[in-house]
Design a protein around this ligand. Structure first.
Ligand code: ATP
Ligand code: MG
Length: 670
């Protein structure tokens, strides 16, 4: 185990009161958290179950778990919470569902579910559905800012806001009717619960006596409130953060929460760390010079004794295709000639769309890779179908899920029947599933239709009982066989190979249900199928798939997703104006956040950093010229090794000449 420097030691051993560790990238902030957990358990005799460490992404929380696992072994770590904010919220809701008036098996709506519901609501009111994305974003912001629909309506500034606030109101009512919560509710609901029920809060404060928060600069208002509530007056709080790495303002993050701590906790101790243990001097210098262009609330200095290191390479390419090809061949070359394992490379980009071409090229050169984020496992149709079955199984009132599966595979239940069922159910204010059982339905629908609906419902109820009485995973397997879902996939997929892949996905999901349930039961022997499914929806399964597979592969992810991680060799692609900084940020004059994003990217690298860009790129089917990112100019030029710039300029000049010539001849012809 590496030894802590004196400042880190101070932060680890200060258990008495609130503490803020404020420091730049790679200075060991996350290490302070993991070491402190070990210190509290081993040296201070704090029981692991009284400690909770929270962070933002699944990947980061997994990393943290691993690091703690190496320090604290076996029983001593039992009951320790290391999770994302959302997971912590889910736990609270799950345990307090009675007080909240939710049935035990509530549904969790993901982004797509939320948008599908919103779209339905807009359609229902004969409104334009083009705005679904922006309204969803708006609602999410309101929730993160803790505004109720009524407050949002009062504050609405124009017709768009009013429309969004109305949609928010009806969206929330429907969530309630579906016995469902969405992602933002995972934080908001516990905050409201604690506010309204001090006795419940007290119980949780008794349980979580020490809270540690990583990446604090990215907390939004509701997360901040949750932290404050849980900590109460006891002050058992350690937060670490770096204002220069705040990259989630667009999701309501408030870096000023760092400053706010000083006011909330007058006894706050602040520790600054200055030594970077991650990157070479050159990489650090580039990062420091770049971020010096942003205004600063806190002054930080960062140094490293990892050697000065190689220059930062900047590679110009003719177009996006040659850019991706170049990255693929570079990696292959270094792998073959210098025996660098593939897993030591990361390729970072601004938007997921940039990964598509990259994947093609990596495949062409047979470079193994893993993609984080992007098309998540859960957005695949077969997984959405199966998850919808599971949602209805545990919460029959989830109308969204019910509608998705009632005719998949086909059960000859037509849209007319469903429409009538839908209006009947909303008149009676019950869910569609519940409406199937009501006598009134028989006056509305032909006997055959009623019979089909009821057969479906009683089959589901039988399955649910089976889940309760015997092995739930076996019951789920039986369910898949019962509906011949494999057959349905083969019938409805273009190629045999694609169908096979989809069928594999299904069984992968079933295996994951089993392993997730077993893991949950280690902590809580009563955890059943309801908890398991809620947990599964929350976790990005694809990421967990990668976790279990430690094969040697290059890592692909967005700059946002790379926060907190580190890699020996980093590629940052698309270093162009309108990509990084992103066009929207240029238009809204929000360059500072983009600069922080570039800072996050650069500081992921330990030994080498390579930046690539294209001179031309296809945009909406048209070839456009690209300008090098302004951030390239903000890095000391003496630390750069630039390649291909002239060639591109020559080509450009040649192209310019050609255009000029053809223009001339065109004019001559007139
Ligand atoms: P980021 O801002 O990117 O989240 P961080 O401040 O959380 O970075 P860590 O990830 O904790 O930094 O640490 C960066 C690297 O430095 C890790 O590889 C860690 O193991 C190493 N490290 C931290 N402290 C020390 C130390 N005292 N001695 C040696 N290595 C250290
Ligand atoms: Mg960190």
């Amino acid at each position: 185990m590496s030894s802590l420097n004196p400042r880190q030691k101070e932060a680890v051993e200060y258990v008495g009161g609130p503490l803020l560790v404020l420091a730049g990238a790679g200075s060991g902030k996350t290490s302070v958290i993991t070491r402190k957990i070990a210190y509290m358990i081993e040296k201070c005799g704090v029981e692991a179950r009284h400690i909770a460490a929270v962070t933002f992404t699944n990947k980061a929380s997994r990393e943290m778990k691993e690091r703690v696992g190496q320090l604290v072994k076996g029983r001593a770590a039992r009951g320790l919470t290391v999770s994302t904010f959302h997971n912590l919220g889910l736990n609270i809701i799950r345990r307090e569902h009675k007080v909240l008036g939710l049935k035990s098996a509530f549904s969790l709506f993901d982004d797509q579910d939320s948008k599908a519901l919103l779209k339905d609501l807009l359609l229902h009111h004969n409104e334009d559905t083009d705005q679904v994305d922006s309204i969803a974003h708006q609602i999410s912001n309101w929730k993160n800012d803790m505004l109720t629909p009524e407050q949002a309506l009062v504050q609405a500034a124009g017709p768009d806001d009013i429309r969004a606030a109305r949609a928010y109101e009806s969206y929330n009512l429907h969530l309630k009717a579906y016995n469902a919560v969405d992602f933002d509710d995972l934080i908001l609901t516990p905050v409201m619960l604690f506010h309204n029920h001090p006795e419940v809060l007290e119980r949780w404060q008794g349980r979580i006596r020490y809270l540690l928060v990583d990446e604090y600069q990215d907390t939004n208002l509701s997360q901040y409130r949750l932290v404050r509530q849980l900590v109460g007056h006891r002050g058992g709080l350690t937060v670490v953060g770096d204002d220069d790495q705040s990259i989630y303002a667009w999701r309501g993050a408030r870096p000023e929460n760092l400053v706010q701590l000083n006011e909330d906790f007058p006894s706050l101790r602040v520790v600054k760390l200055e030594q970077n243990y991650r990157s070479t001097g050159r990489i650090l210098k580039a990062a420091n010079t770049l971020i010096a262009n942003n205004p600063h609330v806190f002054d930080k200095t960062l140094w490293s004794d990892m050697g000065f290191g190689d220059p930062i390479r900047v590679i110009y390419n003719r177009n996006e295709e040659t850019e991706c090809e170049r990255i693929a061949t570079e990696i292959l070359d270094r792998h073959l000639r210098k025996a660098v394992p593939f897993r030591d490379f990361a390729i970072l980009y601004r938007g997921n769309f940039q990964a598509r071409l990259l994947e093609v090229k990596l495949q062409a050169y047979q470079v193994p890779y893993k993609l984080s984020g992007g098309t998540s496992f859960f957005s695949r149709a077969e997984i959405k179908d199966l998850m919808a079955y599971l949602k209805v199984l545990i919460n029959p009132d989830d109308d969204n899920a019910f509608l998705r599966i009632i005719n998949t595979p086909r059960r000859e239940i037509g849209p007319g029947t469903l429409q009538k069922l839908g209006s009947y159910a909303s008149e009676r204010q019950v869910s569609m599933f519940a409406a199937c059982d009501e006598m009134g339905l028989e006056q509305l629908l032909p006997a055959q239709a009623v019979d089909r609906l009821r057969r479906f419902c009683s089959w589901m109820q039988r399955l649910y009982q089976q889940c309760q009485q015997s092995d739930p995973v076996a019951a789920i397997r039986e369910m898949i066989l019962d509906i011949d879902y494999e057959g349905w996939i083969y019938q409805n997929t273009a190629s045999e190979a694609a169908a096979q892949k989809r069928v594999q996905n299904i069984w992968f999901l079933v295996d994951s249900i089993r392993s997730t349930m077993e893991r949950l039961q280690e902590d809580d022997p009563d955890a059943g199928i309801e908890e398991t499914i809620a947990r599964l929806i929350l976790l990005d399964l694809l990421e967990r798939q990668e976790e279990e597979d430690d094969s040697d592969r290059v890592q692909l992810m967005t700059l946002h997703a790379s926060k907190g991680l580190e890699f020996p060799h980093v590629f940052m692609m698309g270093m162009e104006e309108e990509l990084l900084p992103h066009r929207n940020s240029i238009e809204t004059d929000n360059i500072e956040e983009e600069r922080r994003l570039a800072y996050v990217g650069i500081t992921r690298a330990r030994q080498t950093l390579t930046m690539t860009l294209a001179k031309q790129r296809k945009q909406y089917g048209e070839l456009v010229d690209c300008m090098p990112s302004r951030f390239l100019d903000e890095i000391p030029q003496e630390d750069l090794e630039i390649e291909g710039q002239e060639r591109c300029q020559e080509q450009n000049r040649a192209r310019g000449k050609a255009t000029l010539n053809s223009l001339k001849s065109l004019l001559d012809g007139l």
